[in-house]
Structures are given as C-alpha cells and as structure tokens.
Design a binder for this molecule. Structure first.
Ligand code: SAM
Length: 221
C-alpha cells in the first residue's frame, strides 16, 4: 500500500477533529498528521483508517482509536530523547507516534505472531523500536529505568513494577478498571523514591492487560 494525497488529506481532517476534542500538543498533532495509519491496519479497513475508531488487527486485539493514542501521548508530555516503555505493541501505531516525537521506544507484546508482523512493518517504515515478546505486566527490568511508561491495555490495578521501573520525575499512563470492559485513565507521576502523585481521568475501553500482574486471561490465551 502507498501513501497518497488522499490519505494525507484524511489525516489532516483527523488531526483537526482531534484538536476539537482537546488534543493541543503540537508534536502529537503533527505525528497524527504524518504517520500513515492505513499501513498499520488490515487492508480491508483502509478506507476507514482515518476515522476516529479502533479496529481489529487479528488475534482478538485492536489498534487503539486515534483520540486514545493522542490522549495518552499528550499526558506523557514526551521530550526528545525520553526513554519510553510501551506495554502492548499491537499494530505498532502508538510506538510509531512515540518514535516520531523523539522518544526512544521499548515495547512489549504478549502475542508473538502479532509482534512478528508488526516488527516487520516497523522495519519497512524505518521506525526504530526495541521490541520483545513477553508478559509486559512485569515491565522490562534490563532496560529500566524509564522516563515514561504507557500501558495500552486495561489493567485491574496498577502493577507496582511500573512504579519501580520509572525514574523520579517520570510519568506512567495506564487505563485501570475493575471490569475488563471499562477503565479510567490514570496518570501517575513519580515524585520521589517512594512517593507519587495520582490523577484519575476519563473513561476508556481497552482490551484486557493479561499477565501475572494483570487479568488472568482465558485457558486458550
Ligand atoms: N498500542 C497498540 C497499537 O498501537 O496498536 C494497541 C494495542 S491493543 C489495544 C493492546 C495490546 O496489548 C494487544 O496487542 C495485546 O495483545 C497486548 N497485551 C495485553 N496484555 C499484555 C501483556 N501482559 N504484555 C504485553 N502485551 C499485552
């Protein structure tokens, strides 16, 4: 698939619509404007790639809605060179947004077949992301500490691992909810070795974060 003027026009409309929904960070809006989201979706959704909607990407997983990607990224307040851990690589779109705005991205995905496909795509697009397959609820010990951590699946509670793997002054953005279907976006700033500031924000709907410090998952998972 190629990137055409029609795609670029649709992206511009999408970024304009995100502005009206409260996305004001110029770097985030530029990333939405520039990254060809249609390449991160199954071909049958190409015509809808710039709708503000989540879509299936296989293995029962989804590419997040552009508003959600922009909202989480805006909360992270990325500075060029920030070392960022993403949990849930999925399609690679969120990782690409982080990369585009200057982050050094580490991303963990639990579904190996998804990651294999996504790693290939990211390479073809010259997007450098350090990836690994595994249970992201344990974080990435060897690469820690991180300036920012973003979780792109819904957690039942905040895994302590993430606070431990965050630098002082660092930010964690994670959707948390007692039900697997609805979460509140939570933003935690680590203010000291054992202190942090927590903000509970808006409602979102993510697929579940499955793992040792997340949801149990089904027998087939
Ligand atoms: N960030 C993704 C994107 O840009 O397409 C959206 C991902 S989707 C909403 C959530 C992803 O989290 C799924 O691909 C799922 O397999 C993954 N996931 C769920 N639990 C996980 C875990 N414990 N560790 C790593 N990935 C996990």
């Amino acid at each position: 698939m190629t990137d055409t003027y029609k795609h670029k026009g649709m992206r511009r409309k999408l970024s304009e619509s995100l502005k009206t929904k409260g996305i004001h960070n110029a770097a985030v809006l530029k990333a939405i404007d520039e990254i060809p989201r249609h390449l991160y979706l199954p071909a049958e959704f190409e015509g809808h790639a710039y709708d503000d909607k989540a879509f299936p990407i296989g293995e029962g997983q989804t590419i997040s809605q552009p508003f959600t990607v922009a909202y989480q990224t805006q909360l992270l307040n990325i500075k060029p060179g920030d070392k960022v851990l993403e949990i849930g690589t999925g399609s690679g779109y969120q990782a690409s947004v982080l990369h585009f705005i200057g982050a050094v991205v580490y991303s963990i995905e639990r579904v190996e077949s998804l990651l294999t496909k996504t790693a290939k795509l990211l390479k073809s697009l010259n997007v450098t992301v350090h990836t690994k397959v595994g249970d992201g609820t344990k974080g990435w010990t060897e690469a820690a500490p991180f300036d920012k951590i973003i979780v792109t699946a819904g957690a039942p509670s905040v895994p302590k691992t993430y606070i431990t793997q965050l630098k002082i002054g660092g930010i964690l953005v994670i959707p948390v909810g007692k039900s697997e279907n609805i979460q509140k976006m939570v933003m935690i700033t680590k203010t000291g070795a054992d202190t942090f500031d927590t903000k509970v924000l808006d409602d979102f709907q993510f697929v579940p974060l499955i793992g040792e410090n997340g949801w149990a998952g089904k027998k087939s998972d």
